[in-house]
Design a protein around this ligand. Structure first.
Ligand code: 5GP
Length: 190
């Protein structure tokens, strides 16, 4: 997606040799019109697939999935929660995820009410690094005996192992852009 590459080159900031910050449009401030373009592109990538629900993870996935949903016939968006709360039903599907950015494990959970057997689920998220978040979301889908249609990612970091991991599980991965490297302050695309 050329527009996304341009946006990353003009607004992205690099932290260390492996973190790309896109706070100006995706992870803190939201560029709604641009997220709408992203949603349209996801709809193109998964055209012809039956999708009953979009599953994502809080926090950044929520905006992406909500706007994308409007290009998938307004299907419901379910987001996995990272923090336990009294508001959440006791009956949940859970999975452990290792966070690349926080360097620690955390549990994600979705109420059993909102993921049902036989539903066709599209997973959407902002970044793919080592694939742990995507695999954790896939585990929730499996626990619910639903079907994973695919995983849509806004920015894949091609120099990390996420795509390989999803490929080993035969998961249909659609990344809107793939970074080749972000070393020495230079962003290169595949
Ligand atoms: P993974 O689970 O694939 O290892 O990492 C993906 C998750 O980590 C994403 O949901 C995202 O929140 C975060 N993440 C990984 N790498 C980056 C990065 O370079 N920049 C940002 N902003 N988030 C990242």
């Amino acid at each position: 997606m050329e527009k996304l590459k341009e946006k990353i080159l003009t607004e992205g900031r690099i932290s260390g040799n492996d973190i790309l910050k896109v706070d100006s449009f995706l992870n803190h401030q939201l560029d709604v019109a641009f997220l709408n373009e992203i949603g349209k592109e996801f709809a193109k990538r998964f055209e012809g697939k039956k999708i009953d629900k979009i599953l994502t993870i809080e926090a950044s996935g929520i905006a992406i999935a909500s706007i994308a949903s409007q290009h998938f016939g307004n299907v419901p968006v379910v987001f996995a929660k990272k923090v336990e709360s009294k508001n959440l039903d006791k009956d949940v599907y859970e999975s452990e995820v290792y966070s690349f950015t926080k360097a620690k494990n955390y549990t994600i959970r979705v109420s059993k009410r909102y993921l049902n057997k036989g539903e066709n689920i599209l997973v959407l998220d902002d970044f793919l690094a080592n694939g742990r978040a995507a695999i954790g979301l896939n585990e929730l889908v499996e626990k619910a005996q639903a079907n994973l249609v695919g995983v849509g990612i806004v920015i894949e970091k091609g120099f990390q192992d996420g795509a390989k991991l999803l490929d080993e599980k035969n998961i249909n991965l659609q990344s809107l852009v793939i970074l080749d490297s972000i070393e020495n302050g230079q962003i290169k695309f595949k």
